[in-house]
Ligand binder design. Structure first.
Ligand SMILES: Cc1cc2nc3c(=O)[nH]c(=O)nc-3n(C[C@H](O)[C@H](O)[C@H](O)COP(=O)(O)O)c2cc1C
Length: 213
């Protein structure tokens, strides 16, 4: 059983990766072989409209662009479980994560019949979003948008779970940055009290998704 995590944050070792690491720990405890992929270490763009995947007789669900995303797309489609992690940037997923999902979306659709499911396998997915926003703000402003951004995962025929990790710590030492609009005491308190619960929730999602697989 194979589980991969894709870190869509440029900051290694920070909130998003910590959530993903915890999901992978859960996956290991459920018996999976795991791998962390750092999206910002890869050289790739969004779809370049080469249409190689739309040629008659082309292998389905395959991207033919020669860059680092194509092997990652193969990896996603052959894994049992994939965890996607992204910080929210200006109300959206990060640009690298968007580029990857654009590539995934195009290889999973055919102009012959938009409603046809090309992918015959099954991949369970967990999506983790991290953000400054409080949880209530996430629900009203971001939740629908996040689901929409990752809706391509429904074409992978598995379970899709998501989790919002809110009010994250952005700096270890807020006194060094221009952060007058933050309640810094509150930020450290959330880190101490809520973040461990978020990490535990990620672990449970990782374990449960892999137990199912
Ligand atoms: C360029 C940029 C834009 C951001 N935009 C938002 C935003 O629109 N809403 C929000 O809640 N947080 C926003 N944030 C905060 C990050 O989403 C948050 O700190 C996140 O947990 C960072 O993840 P990381 O620690 O894994 O890098 C932004 C951060 C950056 C650097």
């Amino acid at each position: 059983m194979k589980a991969i995590a894709i870190n869509g944050s440029p900051r290694k070792g920070w909130n998003t990766e910590m959530m993903l690491e915890s999901a992978l720990k859960g996956a290991v405890d459920a018996g999976a072989e795991v791998e962390m992929v750092q999206l910002y270490d890869l050289q790739f763009t969004g779809c370049k409209s080469c249409f190689a995947c739309k040629r008659k007789g082309a292998e389905p669900c395959k991207c033919f662009l020669k860059d680092d995303a194509s092997p990652l797309l193969d990896k996603i489609l052959t894994a049992n479980t994939v965890f996607f992690g992204t910080p929210i940037y200006f109300g959206e997923i990060t640009s690298q994560m968007h580029a990857l999902l654009e590539r995934l979306s195009f290889i999973l659709m055919t102009y012959d019949d938009y409603s046809r499911k090309l992918f015959q396998g099954k991949v369970d997915c967990g999506c983790f979003y991290t953000m400054n926003m409080l949880h209530e703000g996430y629900e009203t402003m971001y939740a629908t948008r996040m689901k929409e951004s990752f809706k391509v995962l429904q074409k992978l025929n598995g379970t899709v779970m998501d989790y919002a990790c809110c009010d994250t710590l952005q700096f270890n030492d807020y006194s060094k940055y221009q952060t007058a609009s933050f309640d810094i005491k509150h930020k450290y308190q959330v880190r101490a009290e809520q973040f461990p619960k978020d990490i535990e929730a990620a672990y449970q999602i990782g374990r449960n998704l892999c137990k199912k697989a």
